[in-house]
Write a protein that binds this ligand. Structure first.
Ligand code: DC
Length: 230
């Protein structure tokens, strides 16, 4: 079957990455986490003194943006994707709460987005990839053969996040989580540059009432149909 490009976009906390990773593993494709790239740029700002009392030093970041290279490698044991920032493994650091709080500001900067989009297109040159994010089907790969837009109700996503945190032994507050999910939806959808929106030719996957197995079955069916017609 011909190799295609698969773009998976959607709201935060709807299981996009888990789904995209599992799909890539299932069909032997490479997986790329575009959100990790914005997180790595946020980490770069923190590590290089670009966060001051007035916020991000955007002038310096803009000067240096072309020197920020994000790459991915598979962990030899787990096969999970590891994020590298200029050759250094930052997979753990980019998942901290500090990075999570900063990343949406970094991801809203147009010069950051255009550099990341260039790097993402380079990664997708040889096809056979699954990339997840917010603007993959609309901006990064508008010609992707398979586009999926994932959503679930804010309440379902907040409950899933709540269960994850509770399972880790935390003492989460459901209403606080729900508010955070709703706020992130608003920020993602109203951002000036590349806001989150369903591409006209993307298939909608509302996974509110679906199990992981049902989702995977749906994705594989769609993939087989599209790839065999290419
Ligand atoms: O999916 P995530 O939570 O790791 O994404 C981190 C941030 O990056 C989040 O604020 C949304 C943003 N993002 C984006 O603007 N465009 C993408 N293609 C991927 C993520």
């Amino acid at each position: 079957m011909k190799k295609i490009t698969i773009a998976i976009d959607g709201f935060s906390s709807c299981g996009k990455s888990t789904m995209a990773k599992a799909l890539a593993r299932n069909i032997g494709y490479l997986y790329f986490d575009s959100g990790a790239m914005y997180r790595a740029v946020a980490l770069y700002c923190m590590q290089n003194g670009l966060i001051g009392s007035k916020g991000i030093d955007t002038a310096t970041l803009q000067e240096r943006i072309s020197q920020i290279h994000i790459t991915f490698e598979a962990d030899p044991e787990t096969k999970n994707s590891i994020t590298f920032l200029n050759g250094v493994n930052v997979e753990h650091e980019i998942r901290t709460i500090e990075v999570s709080q900063l990343v949406s500001k970094v991801a809203a900067l147009d010069f950051v987005r255009s550099e990341m989009v260039n790097q993402q297109r380079e990664m997708g040159k040889s096809k056979g990839i699954v990339m997840d994010g917010r603007d993959i089907g609309t901006t990064v790969f508008p010609d992707a053969e398979m586009k999926v837009f994932v959503t679930a109700s804010a309440e379902v996503r907040a409950k899933r996040r709540y269960d994850e945190l509770a399972a880790r032994g935390d003492n989460p507050d459901y209403n606080e989580i729900l508010e955070n999910v709703q706020l992130r939806d608003h920020l993602d959808q109203t951002r000036e540059v590349s806001p989150l929106k369903q591409a006209d030719d993307a298939l909608l996957l509302d996974n509110s009432g679906m199990t992981r197995e049902e989702q995977m079955e749906w994705l594989i069916d769609v993939y087989k149909k599209i790839a065999s017609e290419c």
